[in-house]
Design a protein around this ligand. Structure first.
Ligand code: SF4
Length: 176
């Protein structure tokens, strides 16, 4: 099975549905929200989006971008792991509206490829040089899925080289 950046979402969700609901990963971390997720979670609770953000979500930075995820019960700041705020003894309290990242992730061997699909389609801004540099660091310890190689994301080799050697900075792009 080959999972690539272009694999349709429907197929990714099908693969993610192989989750065995052991709640193991939810005991240590939480999934990132896709843009529509906050609206659905707010509707589920009958709350305003801002209220949901304040009560249940935390903002984290990944690939130079702010992303939302359910709060984690982190007891030791030197060990940033903790159970998701939506996990209880029966499982995920918001199962039907849980974040897209939670829906696609699974403990199966291909689970991390599904996470990479999510990163590439929802979190990585290929127009942001700093995001590309951070993603390049990520690739130092992770093999990319097809469509996730740096040369595919930034086909202009000269531009890619300039991004990676910091000749192109985000500020310069913003001033263009
Ligand atoms: S929202 Fe649900 S599925 Fe996602 S990490 Fe939390 S408990 Fe797990």
């Amino acid at each position: 099975m080959i999972i690539s950046k272009k694999t349709p979402k429907k197929e990714i969700l099908r693969l993610g549905s192989h989750c065995e609901k052991s709640n193991h990963c939810c005991s240590f971390t939480s999934g990132f929200l896709a843009p529509d997720d906050l609206t659905r979670i707010a509707q589920f609770f009958g709350m305003k989006k801002q209220e949901v953000k304040e009560k249940y979500l935390e903002e984290v930075e990944i690939f130079n971008k702010k992303a939302l995820r359910p709060k984690r019960d982190i007891k030791d700041k030197d060990r940033p792991y903790g159970a998701c705020v939506f996990l209880d003894e029966k499982g995920c309290k918001i199962h039907d509206v849980k974040p897209l990242h939670c829906k696609v992730y699974t403990c199966k061997p291909f689970g991390f490829q599904l996470t990479q699909w999510f990163y590439l389609n929802y979190l990585l801004d290929t127009d942001d040089p700093e995001a590309i540099r951070q993603y390049a660091q990520f690739l130092q310890t992770n093999d990319p899925i097809p469509g996730g190689h740096l040369e595919e994301l930034v086909p202009d080799k000269e531009k890619l080289d300039k991004i990676l050697d910091y000749s192109i900075l985000k500020q310069e792009r913003e001033e263009e």
